[in-house]
Design a protein around this ligand. Structure first.
Ligand code: ZN
Ligand code: ZN
Length: 256
């Protein structure tokens, strides 16, 4: 109680010195962790109808691509998932990855805007609605130690910690490990990406026992879902170590 009061006072003091800035354009806004009206208008949140598996939004697609075996719309799959089922059981993203959401993520990752975490975590939490009640463990996509040192924090770890607080589900940032560093995937095509991340992730056996990975329903947290190569490599490692069900939740996803 006292600690909370103190925090409020301290936060108030900080706000007075450093006015809160928009997470998108950096302009001064009136509330902390918020987005100015212009940036808000530019964000494209993903809503239903979407692919039951990968979360692909259908509003951006032509309906000819939609196939629904149940006929009621609940189990609609996109053409990609029908053709080849991903390693993950489900993927959901808050935003369409475009110039606007990319700005947020770049600031979050490289411009020391760790203060954007609560905002992004709230979006992630909403993107995963209906999933948290059926989740045992939240796991962030790990950074290699070298990149972690350069960047000072693992942004996915920050998001996982915040999501844990919001959902009441425990998280573990050590169970999934990057066995080797990978090149930046930017500019690589789907098959090159897959080759680059294949075998790049592993599970720490002792840690897996500690966090009851065997039989667990896991949510994997990352910033962007592009081709799904990284997510699928992580999911395979988790499932090989006994995870029963893995959903992937990202801030944004590429929509093609
Ligand atoms: Zn703005
Ligand atoms: Zn799909």
């Amino acid at each position: 109680m006292v600690a909370k009061l103190l925090r409020t006072i301290v936060q108030g003091g900080i706000d007075a010195i450093l006015p809160p800035r928009c997470g998108g354009c950096g302009d001064v806004t009136d509330t902390t962790h918020a987005v100015c009206a212009d940036c808000w208008a530019g964000l494209r949140f993903i809503t239903a109808p979407q692919c039951a598996c990968c979360g692909y939004p259908f509003e951006l697609d032509d309906s000819a691509n939609i196939f629904d075996p149940s006929g009621n719309g609940a189990n609609t799959l996109c053409a990609g998932c029908l053709q080849r089922k991903p390693a993950f059981d489900m993927a959901r993203a808050a935003l369409v990855y475009d110039d606007c959401s990319r700005d947020y993520l770049l600031r979050f990752k490289h411009a020391d805007r760790g203060d954007l975490t609560p905002l992004l975590a709230r979006w992630l939490f909403q993107a995963g609605h209906g999933i948290w009640d059926h989740t045992d463990l939240i796991v962030p996509v790990p950074l290699h130690r070298r990149r972690l040192l350069a960047r000072r924090y693992n942004q996915s770890g920050l998001l996982a910690a915040n999501l844990s607080r919001m959902s009441g589900v425990s998280w573990d940032g050590l169970v999934l490990r990057r066995a080797r560093n990978t090149r930046s995937l930017g500019g690589l095509g789907p098959s090159s990406r897959k080759r680059e991340v294949g075998g790049a992730f592993g599970v720490d056996a002792a840690r897996a026992i500690k966090c009851n990975l065997a039989g667990a329903r896991v949510v994997l947290v990352d910033d962007v879902l592009t081709t799904g190569a990284t997510a699928n490599a992580c999911v395979r490692a988790l499932k090989q170590s006994g995870a029963m069900h893995v959903s992937v939740i990202t801030v944004a996803r590429v929509v093609r």
